[in-house]
Ligand binder design. Structure first.
Ligand code: AGP
Length: 610
């Protein structure tokens, strides 16, 4: 989840690198640095904290040099300080590199290198690579051969970019487990961990695949495998422009992305709803109907918010497609001994498409013969390129660390997959048409809920001082309770817990008192009468009830001290509406508590390490 950017061309590199890092700051931001190659020297500058600190330290006259690399860090090995900030150099200062990932055998390599006289300055695993490259260069090989030779000794994951005084206008970049791309300019080229860092200059990018290495010079680039065999790679045109990425006038990316959900859902559904046949057109599954019919079990695997979406997908699949479905934390799935075979469909759900645990779970599933799909937002991401097929969310870039529009697009994508699978089985054309029509109406209903943001903000004012909040839901809205709690926790640092409403009486009801707000997610659905009883249980114990209810509700609404109403829709789609007030509530509370909403402490947007 660190950010990498490199430049080589006719222009001075420093400001280009700093501007690129700013676009990557959401990936990790506890320190930053850059290295420039000029006149046979490598000049390195690093600073703790955000990019602006580094920029201030460089002052109004940034260092000169037309080839350079830069890095914004989210610490995994070694404290977040200047010494551990990247770039790291070799003993002689003739090699510098930046790295995203984890070198798992760094300890052993460091010991061996130290015995051979290398002097380490940092606590990081990354620095080991600089010294390995130094040793390879001493044998007289080229920079790319030296980097490849170093990487052959390494176990773990990496996305790296390296420069050397030996080849002053060359950047060598390599990836194994951490995303990296080459961006192609006119007489100049870039490397970056994602496209947002270079969109101001070019939209033509080449995504590196696992084990690939790039040699990038001002006027050309080559892609090789680690055995130095040259590879032909497609050039992708990135269709996100900077305006899309900019905040669009909102105070935070998170609020922009919450408010974008009518549009992001339209984009997820665009061209995929077939009302006549009552099904979905999913061109990217790369699985024939016959292959889909051979599926006798589905595993949905993900992390965090995406895991909550998976829980909703489980209910959808079993209710409408009648296929046994289970949900697995990716981090658990990858290390247990799951029963998976060629009739199992394993679906990875991931906004970034780079989450290490989800990627590893999918690789484990493939190893065991399962067919794999990815429900992914970032085009060309590793998960998207490794699965057999998938559904791109088309939700647009999600910059805020807290996932919002990706979540509702994941639910919509799961509904589309459920339609496609269900209509091959037990789902009738009339049932299918009902789902299609409800999906088509959904973006407008979302807009209606978002228009109530001021109501939610007022509720936030009354809840913001709570130190604990309980979120309760049932059926399709139990995962929404989990998601609402996660949103509050991760951006306002208030402890919150999501729970199945019926489980309260098995212990947590002891927590209830008039100090603890209890948020019920209670739309008119199949379990409404049941959750009404749960609300009464909480009220009877003096609990402060806030509720998300369906418009016109006269049951739960009467018992709630405060309520937010959402329009009616099919049960399976209620989460898309009921989650919106919870996203907004978390946002407003976090803002009032003075938290860094887009970059919450300790968090990164894409967790590309275990
Ligand atoms: C969501 O608000 C969190 N930032 C986090 O739980 C996230 O959903 C999780 O890390 C999975 O990310 P992914 O969807 O990119 O795989």
């Amino acid at each position: 989840m660190c950010g990498i950017v490199g430049y080589t061309g006719p222009r001075q590199a420093a400001q280009l690198l700093l501007d690129g890092l700013k676009r990557l700051e959401y990936r990790g931001y506890d320190s930053a640095g850059l290295a420039l190659v000029r006149d046979g020297q490598i000049e390195v500058h690093k600073a703790p904290g955000k990019i602006s600190v580094l920029e201030q330290e460089l002052g109004s006259r940034p260092p000169l040099g037309t080839t350079g690399i830069a890095h914004t860090r989210w610490a995994t090995h070694g404290a977040p300080n200047v010494v551990n900030a990247h770039p790291h150099t070799d003993c002689g200062g003739t090699v510098a590199l930046v790295h995203n990932g984890i070198i798992e055998n760094a300890g052993a390599l460091r010991t061996a290198l130290s015995k051979r006289g290398h002097v380490f300055r940092s606590e990081t695993d990354t620095e080991v690579l600089a010294h390995l490259i130094e040793e390879m260069l001493a044998k007289g090989v080229s920079l790319v051969e030296a980097v490849a030779g170093a990487l052959h000794q390494v176990e773990g994951t990496y996305g790296i970019a390296a420069v050397s005084t030996r080849e002053p206008d060359t950047i060598v970049a390599a990836r194994l487990g951490s995303p990296l791309l080459v961006a192609i300019g006119s007489g100049e080229n870039f490397v970056a961990s994602d496209a947002s860092a270079v969109l101001a200059h070019t939209r033509s990018v080449v995504y590196l695949d696992e084990g690939e290495i790039a040699v990038v010079r001002p006027g050309d680039y080559r892609i090789l495998d680690l055995d130095a065999v040259e590879k032909e790679k497609a050039v992708t045109q990135v269709d996100w422009d900077l305006a899309t990425i900019e905040r669009g006038g909102y105070a935070h990316f998170m609020l922009k992305e919450i408010m974008e959900q009518p549009e992001s859902l339209r984009n997820t559904l665009r061209g995929r709803l077939l009302e006549e046949e009552g099904t979905a057109r999913l061109g990217g599954l790369n699985l024939s109907d016959e292959q889909l019919l051979q599926v006798n079990r589905i595993v949905l695997t993900a992390c965090g918010t995406s895991w909550h979406a998976a829980l909703i997908g489980e209910y959808m699949m079993e209710e409408l497609a009648r296929i046994p479905t289970e949900v697995e934390y990716a981090s658990e799935f990858r290390y247990r001994n799951p029963i998976v075979d060629e009739h199992t469909l394993v679906v990875g759900i991931s906004q970034s498409g780079e989450t290490a645990d989800t990627l590893a779970a999918l690789r484990e599933a493939k190893r065991r013969g399962a067919r794999t799909l990815g429900l992914v937002n970032v085009v060309g991401s590793t998960i998207a390129r490794e699965v057999d097929g998938g559904i791109y969310l088309h939700a647009g870039p999600e910059i805020g660390v807290a996932s919002t529009k990706a979540f509702t697009s994941q639910i919509a994508a799961l509904a589309l997959l459920t339609l496609a699978m269900g209509r091959l089985r037990a789902l009738s054309i009339l049932q299918g048409r009902e789902v299609v029509r409800a999906l088509r109406r959904l973006p407008d209903l979302v807009a209606q809920v978002l228009a109530k943001a001021p109501e939610v903000e007022r509720i936030g004012e009354r809840v913001m001082r709570a130190n604990n909040v309980l979120y309760l839901g049932r059926g399709y809205n139990f995962p929404v309770a989990l998601e609402g709690a996660l949103k509050l926790k991760e951006i306002s640092y208030v402890h919150a817990e999501g729970y199945p409403a019926a489980e309260m009486k098995h212990g947590p009801i002891a927590l209830i008192d008039d100090l603890m707000p209890v948020m019920f997610v209670a739309p008119k659905d199949a379990v409404y009468q049941k959750i009404l009883s749960n609300v009464e249980e909480v009220r009877a114990r003096g609990g402060r009830v806030i509720a998300v209810v369906t418009e016109g509700d006269t049951g739960v609404a009467k018992l709630a001290g405060q309520k937010i109403e959402v329009p009616e829709t099919l049960d399976l789609l209620t989460p898309v509406l009921t989650v919106l007030p919870l996203q907004l509530l978390a946002y407003y509370i976090a803002v009032r508590r003075g938290c860094n909403v887009d970059q919450p402490r300790n968090l990164a947007k894409s967790v590309t390490v275990e």
